[in-house]
Design a protein around this ligand. Structure first.
Ligand SMILES: Nc1nc2c(ncn2[C@@H]2O[C@H](COP(=O)(O)OP(=O)(O)OP(=O)(O)O)[C@@H](O)[C@H]2O)c(=O)[nH]1
Length: 479
């Protein structure tokens, strides 16, 4: 049985949705540029957002509020006619069922986990367009069926309704989904925290970009108001420049909020400056900016994913030190710079002694632990400019900038001792390592230097292990 708490929270949700819907409906009425036609129709955005977020749970509230609003509409606009109030159920169902269908399909797609963020955006745009079309067309039909409008009136209004609904959904519903989630279920916040993450920059930089968008659109609309020439109204399309800057550099939450504010500002200014004759241009602008901004939100995510991939490519997953590729890339940079400046650089290659036995006797898990502890010990003792990487298996590499062979030998001797003194309880035996050290010869590449250091390591192994062998710049490993 549902608990009292759940019932009251359900009731709270239904009431809050109904109240919010009525408020948005009233605001849309105030901003109509011609009877029953608004640049955007925010109740449609709330319906689509609520049904996407809550699914069927949001349906009763939306159906009821649409019915009540239709009844009051009938009373206000057709007081003399005898219309059964039951007929108000038709437009209510046309609206609620159309958006339920679009939102449920979108939910199923998201919950299947088969689409990524960009795919979700595409699905959202297609389903929003279809649902808005269904809502507008069936809504107009329902009024004709109720005898409130004629066939020619129906044909004249459905297209405007479709575009008005769609523009609102595109510009407001992504913001409303995140806002509703914040105050209710917090499902998105838990499952996709990156959607709500705050931007990469401070809040004032986001506000600056938003103010820039608002200034540009205010300027272009004031100019259109003064000049009253259609060409001037297209100036507003330059809004896409700061809008895309905002989207590429800020979080999704900030981008969606920015989009909602921008669309509201365009609608308000169209009404305030009496630019109704250019309504189609401004409606088109909102739709275009909305689609561009929505797609644009995928860019910072892709950049983040790329950075993460780069990081994981450059990090050895077991030990956390540089991977072979990460080490080679950084070493090549350091070696190139040292070669140009004639600075001394040493490469040390070290390999654990009889590590196979550790694995064979104690298992790979303990072997892994030994590798991790050795790397931690080395990392702790190295300077910030030194590089530590894993070549593979139990072989590690150290690049020591501004270090000659003598100094590198001292450093490696210290490291060798610290490995020897490492008490790895689980291993139950001493762990040792052998080192081969080489100093870079003039213009020597990483591969050449590594080949010499590796040969030197072989000598250390052959000469009894747990020791350091060095090779001077003008010697060869086979000397
Ligand atoms: N636990 C663990 N073992 C690894 C990993 N990668 C490689 N090994 C093992 O490390 C051992 C490397 O052995 P070698 O370096 O060839 O030989 P060794 O026993 O250390 O003997 P010497 O190097 O001659 O002193 C092999 O048994 C590999 O299976 C790893 O990621 N984890």
């Amino acid at each position: 049985m549902p608990s009292v708490g759940r019932i009251s929270s359900q009731l709270g949700l239904q009431l809050a949705l109904m109240l919010a819907w009525i408020l948005l409906y009233q605001s849309a009425e105030l901003l109509e540029y011609s009877p029953h036609a608004s640049l955007w129709y925010p109740p449609a955005a709330l319906s689509f957002a609520a049904l996407t977020l809550f699914g069927l749970r949001a349906f009763p509230a939306l159906l009821l509020v649409c019915f009540l609003v239709s009844v009051s509409h009938f009373q206000r606009f057709h007081p003399a006619e005898q219309i059964p109030y039951a007929a108000a159920i038709l437009p209510a169902m046309a609206h609620s069922l159309s958006y339920l269908l679009g939102a449920l399909l979108l939910r199923i797609l998201i919950q299947s986990g088969r689409v990524n963020y960009s795919g979700t955006l595409v699905a959202y745009l297609i389903l929003a367009a279809i649902a808005a079309l269904l809502a507008a067309y069936s809504g107009a039909w329902s009024l004709q069926l109720a005898g409130l409008i004629t066939q020619s009136e129906r044909l004249a209004i459905w297209l405007g309704w479709w575009i008005g609904d769609l523009v609102a959904i595109l510009s407001l519903s992504p913001f409303l989904v995140l806002l509703l989630d914040r105050f209710t279920s917090k499902t998105i916040a838990a499952q996709a925290p990156w959607l709500l993450q705050h931007g990469h920059g401070p809040r004032h930089s986001f506000l600056l970009k938003l103010v820039l968008c608002l200034l540009l659109l205010t300027f272009s609309m004031l100019l259109a108001h003064q000049v009253r020439a259609q060409e001037i109204t297209f100036l507003i399309l330059f809004l896409s420049l700061p809008a895309m800057w905002l989207v590429y550099t800020e979080s999704i939450w900030r981008s969606f909020s920015g989009l909602a504010v921008i669309s509201l500002a365009i609608v308000l200014l169209t009404a305030l400056l009496e630019l109704d004759s250019y309504a189609a241009i401004y409606q088109f602008t909102i739709a275009m900016i909305a689609v561009a901004m929505l797609y644009g939100t995928a860019v910072p995510l892709l950049q983040n994913t790329n950075q993460q991939l780069q990081r994981s490519l450059h990090t050895d997953p077991l030990t956390g030190v540089l991977s072979r590729q990460g080490f080679i890339e950084q070493a090549n940079l350091l070696l190139g710079r040292a070669g140009r400046r004639k600075d001394k650089v040493c490469l040390a290659v070290l390999d654990l002694d009889h590590f196979k036995q550790v694995n064979d006797l104690l298992g790979h898990q303990i072997g892994d632990e030994v590798l991790q502890q050795v790397c931690q010990t080395l990392q702790r003792q190295l300077r910030q400019q030194d590089l530590l990487g894993r070549f593979g298996g139990d072989e590690l590499m150290l690049l020591l900038p501004d270090t000659d062979t003598r100094e590198a030998s001292k450093i490696c001797e210290r490291l060798r001792l610290s490995i020897e003194q490492l008490h790895i309880a689980a291993a139950g035996q001493q762990v040792t390592a052998s080192f081969g050290i080489c100093e870079q010869q003039s213009d020597e590449s990483f591969n050449q230097l590594f080949a010499r250091a590796d040969k030197t390591l072989m000598q250390a192994k052959q000469r009894g292990r747990n020791r350091i062998e060095t090779i001077l710049a003008d010697q060869s490993a086979t000397d």
